[in-house]
Design a protein around this ligand. Structure first.
Ligand code: ZN
Ligand code: ZN
Length: 411
């Protein structure tokens, strides 16, 4: 088996962990059709009853944004909604390949993109909440495409850029190891060690600071839970929602974020780059913000709804980790978020609160769990990040020092 087949097999058997007679829905860019066909074969070999492929062509999407009638961007046809709703009710697994050209949409009217995203997120609310509550298994992973590889390695020729991005991806997902499945087991144990530390301390709040100017306090709701690595779907089906994944994450209190936070990595948001941005929070709400580039896109993003100006995720990633040690800026959130401590604007994962998966939206809101049509991760980690946790009985415990975990250390 060559390394690309090995990767495809890892995504099917460990990422999705497809079960006998389960349907697999793959969302795939057309550029990587060859790889998606390998995934399809691996899925049938592993017992899938049917593999359904949703081909995506971002260049056609751009033409549509530029040339279609203005009225169409607020609506999503019923068949798209039906597609996702029906397959999620049929217990399908959803594999998404994320490999977009980071700057393809930079000249597109940002209002059209945000209107379309809002309409899409509204139409797919049922499907999205099922994913975020692990009622279906899902996995997001990446494959190099030429436009993406050239953005990451601008000075390399086409072939060299593709090869370099393949190398970085396969290393990040541990396919370069002799036994990738065993390597993922070991990785899971390391992540468990970190979530145990955070869950046992049951912090009331975390305080972040670094030289960029971040000075931020995040309250954590009572009953919050830290997770990392694999998840469990219906009937105990183990899966990895992200491959790679280096983060441990939980839910911030929607009303308990105060201070200022600076981004440490550009954010690729739907084909637009937002660079050197910051937010000022008061009682959980963004009350001021700025960006060196992409401020209009950022404004549209924050204006999506009430919950898009509040946080829905707090995630810790050591600066010293397999992805960040490669020193590559990926311009792809799946990769960049797993190289850096990050936060997310928008919807929180209900599963990060005790009994949250069975609560309705009002109950979740009362407990401090944010809701929104969006969930957008942005990176804040730096090599000098300091994070101190405050416990309910008033003790301060160092969580991060110089960008890395200090498991068990006290200050
Ligand atoms: Zn995350
Ligand atoms: Zn996230």
């Amino acid at each position: 088996m060559n390394r690309i087949e090995k990767y495809a097999e890892l995504l099917i058997r460990v990422g999705i962990n497809i079960q006998k007679d389960q349907i697999l829905v793959i969302s795939s860019p057309i550029e990587i059709a060859d790889f998606t066909r390998i995934l399809t074969v691996k899925a049938y070999e592993a017992g899938a009853c049917e593999v359904v492929i949703r081909w995506l062509d971002e260049k056609s999407t751009k033409i549509r944004y530029d040339m279609a009638s203005d009225g169409i961007f607020d609506e999503v046809p019923e068949w798209i909604k039906t597609f996702f709703t029906d397959y999620s009710k049929m217990n399908a697994a959803f594999l998404t390949i994320s490999a977009s050209d980071p700057e393809l949409m930079k000249d597109v009217n940002p209002k059209r993109i945000s209107r379309q995203n809002k309409a899409m997120n509204q139409a797919l609310t049922f499907w999205r909440s099922r994913m975020m509550s692990n009622l279906n298994v899902w996995c997001v992973a990446s494959i190099p495409t030429l436009a993406w590889a050239k953005k990451v390695f601008p000075n390399a020729g086409n072939e060299e850029a593709m090869e370099s991005l393949w190398h970085a991806i396969l290393k990040s997902v541990r396919v370069d190891m002799d036994n990738p499945v065993e390597a993922w087991n070991q990785h899971q144990q390391n992540l468990n060690h970190r979530t145990d530390f955070l869950n046992n301390n049951n912090f009331k709040s975390l305080h972040y600071s670094n030289k960029l100017g971040t000075d931020l306090t995040i309250d954590l709701p009572e009953g919050h839970i830290w997770f990392g690595g694999g998840d469990e779907g219906p009937n105990g089906q183990a899966f990895f929602a992200n491959m790679p994944t280096e983060e441990v994450f939980s839910v911030p209190h929607r009303l308990g974020v105060n201070g200022k936070v600076y981004s440490s990595v550009p954010l690729n948001y739907n084909g637009n780059l937002i660079e050197n941005f910051w937010f000022k929070f008061k009682d959980g709400l963004v009350i001021d913000f700025g960006a060196k580039n992409g401020v209009d896109v950022l404004r549209e993003l924050l204006g999506t709804d009430e919950g898009s100006k509040r946080l829905g995720e707090v995630a810790l990633v050591p600066h010293d980790s397999p992805i960040s040690n490669q020193g590559i800026l990926f311009f792809n959130t799946l990769y960049d978020e797993n190289a850096s401590c990050h936060l997310a604007l928008g919807k929180a994962y209900p599963t990060c609160l005790k009994d949250g998966a069975s609560m309705n939206l009002d109950e979740l809101k009362k407990a401090g769990v944010n809701d929104s049509l969006i969930h957008v991760d942005f990176m804040i980690g730096t090599k000098d990040m300091e994070i101190v946790g405050l416990t309910w009985d008033g003790n301060y415990i160092q969580v991060f020092s110089k960008g890395n975990f200090v498991i068990g250390g006290k200050c």
